[in-house]
Design a protein around this ligand. Structure first.
Ligand SMILES: *Cc1c(COP(=O)(O)O)cnc(C)c1O
Length: 401
């Protein structure tokens, strides 16, 4: 199919769940994408914080080719080596004792939800089913994960969802205290919210949640699907807080661009799960797990996380200097950065794309910057000059369009 036929075909053939610009990417290399016409784009989005090593990393591609030519898929009815190698890496580097593999962030959260319910039932009887999640939080779009996602626009067309979820304002510990009780089974939180506007939860808040969970015998679940695995400059976004969850979910960058989800749990949680309680045909397959092992080792290579911290610090400083009256706040950590504007950023992301910069939003008014962790400083600078030149588009009256 020719590139110029793609937008038309998409509008004819696909279920219309996304509105996409007309650009058709043909090739990627590092932090750059090229469209079918050979035009170049600096990538400040990394496929929504997914391609942590950049596009088509040669080492990653080589490992994939090798695994594809060796052992592709056996299902979870049988063992396969890469799954165990990856499990061991994740467990050694975290609080967790065991891991369940699936294929996406939503699925990782579905597993977390089911495990939490089963744990509560086995240990506390049938009534401990109440759940707590946060305003502006995002945990996915499948029915269970959607039940924990606050945004009315996403939820309302599909009601009724899983009952018994309380949504609380982020970072309002008093409000959490009012809803958590002995029937609470789990509290779900992104230590740094992504989709909902790049909103951090401070260490004191995470500590407060841990205390409330302990007081009421509830599980604390950290959704690090977007903020985990080096994105904030530490391996886990919650690391600096010193707070340890009972369950943590991972996905987006874990296999460097292939679909994967992982639900990490303590032995205490795993003890309540038995054969047949959950499953996945594809989850933890040899191909994705081999890729994920490679990505995980690269993220943990000496210097990479320090670079993420340094690049993030400079980028936030550069963003804070941008000459725009419409910027309200620059926030985030490492290379997950949000710039909140006083108006919708859609005209800005569209214009930037035409000028060769891929940048996305997180909610209507927040520009989200989450490039590959390996992006070069010169590429950040080049992207920033494009962004600076595009800001005027927000001055146009009616740009809210
Ligand atoms: C993207 C995201 C999800 C959902 O992941 P999918 O792979 O799209 O199902 C869940 N939680 C967070 C924090 C996310 O950013």
């Amino acid at each position: 199919m020719e590139a110029d036929q793609v937008p038309g075909a998409a509008s004819r053939l696909l279920v219309p769940t996304y509105r996409r610009p007309d650009v058709v990417f043909a090739r990627g290399q590092g932090s750059t994408l090229f469209d079918a016409g050979g035009n170049k784009y600096i990538d400040f989005a990394a496929g929504i914080a997914v391609t942590a090593l950049g596009h088509s990393d040669p080492g990653w591609a080589a490992v994939l080719a090798d695994q594809a030519g060796t052992l592709d898929h056996v299902s979870n009815l049988f063992h396969s080596v890469p799954q165990l190698v990856l499990a061991e890496k994740l467990i050694q580097a975290s609080f967790a004792d065991r891991v369940f593999f699936s294929n996406s962030g939503s699925e990782a959260n579905e597993a977390a939800l089911k495990f939490a319910r089963k744990w509560a039932r086995m240990n506390h009887g049938d009534d401990k089913t109440h759940l707590v999640a946060f305003e502006h939080g995002f945990h996915g779009r499948t029915m269970g994960a959607l039940s924990l996602t606050e945004k009315a626009r996403y939820r309302e067309p599909f009601a009724p969802l899983v009952p018994g979820v309380s949504f609380v304002p982020l970072n309002d510990l008093e409000a959490v205290r009012r809803v958590v009780n002995d029937q609470t089974c789990a509290v779900f939180i992104e230590p740094l919210q992504g989709e909902g506007g790049v909103r951090p939860a401070p260490a004191s808040f995470l500590r407060g949640l841990r205390e409330l969970c302990d007081m009421h015998g509830a599980l604390l679940v950290f959704d690090e699907v977007q903020c985990g695995l080096g994105r904030t400059g530490s391996l886990w976004a919650h690391q600096a807080s010193g707070v340890v969850p009972d369950i943590m979910t991972l996905a987006k960058p874990l296999a460097g661009g292939l679909p994967i989800g992982a639900t990490l749990v303590t032995e205490e949680v795993a003890r309540s799960i038995e054969v047949g309680d959950h499953g996945s045909t594809f989850g933890g397959g040899p191909l994705v797990c081999r890729a994920a092992c490679y990505v995980f080792d690269r993220i943990n290579q000496i210097g990479l996380l320090d670079d993420v911290v340094e690049k993030g610090r400079r980028l936030r400083a550069q963003l804070a200097e941008l000459p725009s009256d419409h910027i309200l706040e620059v926030r985030g950590e490492g290379l997950l950065i949000g710039v909140e504007f006083s108006r919708p950023v859609k005209p800005l992301t569209e214009h930037a794309l035409r000028q060769g910069l891929i940048v996305i939003n997180a909610g209507d008014n927040v520009l989200r910057i989450c490039p590959p962790l390996t992006i070069e400083q010169s590429e950040i600078d080049a992207g920033m000059s494009i962004l600076a030149e595009c800001l005027d588009v927000l001055d146009v009256v009616g740009s809210e369009g």
